[in-house]
Design a protein around this ligand. Structure first.
Ligand code: 3HC
Length: 308
């Protein structure tokens, strides 16, 4: 078959809902798009450990510390999982990590905001992992096998992440006036950046059309954002916290919660590297990579000695 026939055959497979595996023929664009999206997802997991890692030693009880520790360890595992899935596309993990550490690769905008109080651990679990669940349950049906399978395992753990976050928020919202104020402050700071996690509007998104044509994404950025809002508004009401959007209104006809204007200038500013914590996040990741050099060297030396 010539390239044209191979592409037609590939797209017929996608149409039939078949799963594409690493050894199958795929258009170079499909491969490049997957590497872009999956590596940024893995980077997000890896950088995403930092805001929460900051609070492990400050957790208010041994139980909270154990739960947060388990969650942060899960995120590390999610990163490794998705880096491995990305490597099935023929790119080396070292190259991916270099792209993260030299600032050329993106990771989720949400992790460039500071975690200022213990209540942030609640809103990160509730909003950020809640948004990740909406996104990742869709990606579990992606046309690329290794990515879809990685998502199935990850989504099981994300549900625990969201539940522990919402439990923290519920405890604080039902606590002292000071605790309730801390929870409301965290909700005010994390709500809009969480909506930005889903990416630009469908009209503005340069990648969505192609990703949806090849069923890498089967729902659009706006559809997923709307689902997240519809799920989260009742949860905020249930704990008497106010989402910082005066335009939030239930459309009785569609059943959707309509929401106000997202500050896209802030979004593009953050993904260009000018968010509140971008520099700190990259510095922390570069320092950790440097400090871990001896471990990599020891493992390589051991492998060399014992594999000859
Ligand atoms: N943060 C950073 N960059 C973003 C972004 C965000 N929230 N949303 C979009 N962008 C970037 C895209 O990467 C793209 O830039 P690029 O072409 O240089 O890569 C540009 O903005 C235009 O966006 P598009 O909508 O065209 O890009 P996508 O179609 O790739 O959609 C996405 C963006 C929704 C993030 C999609 O890539 C995706 O679903 N990725 C997989 C899921 C993921 O990465 N989630 C991140 C959170 S992980 C997490 O929350 C961990 C949890 O355990 C806490």
């Amino acid at each position: 078959m010539n390239e044209e026939q191979k592409l037609a055959d590939f797209e017929a497979r996608i149409e039939r809902g078949e799963i594409i595996e690493p050894k199958d023929w795929m258009p170079e664009r499909y491969r490049r798009q997957l590497i872009r999206m999956m590596s940024q997802h893995a980077h997000s997991e890896y950088v995403g450990m930092l805001p929460e890692g900051n609070w492990i030693t400050r957790a208010p009880s041994l139980r909270r510390k154990m739960v947060l520790l388990a969650k942060v360890q899960d995120e590390a595992g999610h990163g490794l999982y998705i880096y491995s899935a990305t490597e099935t596309l023929g790119i080396d993990r070292k190259e991916l990590l270099d792209q993260l550490l030299n600032g050329t690769a993106k990771y989720s905008s949400i992790f460039n905001y500071p975690s200022l109080s213990w209540a942030d651990m609640g809103t990160i679990g509730w909003f950020v992992d809640g948004a990740a669940i909406v996104n990742q349950t869709m990606l579990a049906k992606s046309s690329y096998g290794p990515y879809a399978r990685a998502m199935i395992r990850i989504c099981k753990e994300e549900n625990f992440h969201k539940k522990q976050g919402y439990e923290i928020i519920t405890t604080l919202a039902n606590g002292t006036a000071e605790q309730k104020k801390m929870a409301q402050d965290a909700v005010n700071r994390w709500w809009w950046p969480s909506l930005m996690m889903f990416g630009p509007t469908d009209k503005e998104s340069p990648n969505s059309a192609e990703l949806m044509k090849w069923k890498v994404k089967i729902k659009s950025n706006d559809e997923l954002r709307q689902r997240f809002v519809d799920l989260t508004v009742p949860q905020a009401k249930a704990v008497n916290l106010t989402l910082p959007d005066p335009d939030l209104k239930l459309n009785e006809e569609t059943g959707h919660w309509e929401f106000g204007h997202i500050n896209w200038q802030e979004f593009y500013n953050v993904i260009k590297g000018n968010g509140p914590m971008n520099k700190e996040r990259l510095k922390a990741r570069n320092e950790a990579f440097e400090k871990g050099k001896w471990v990599r060297e020891a493992a390589l030396a051991y492998a060399k000695k014992h594999n000859n």
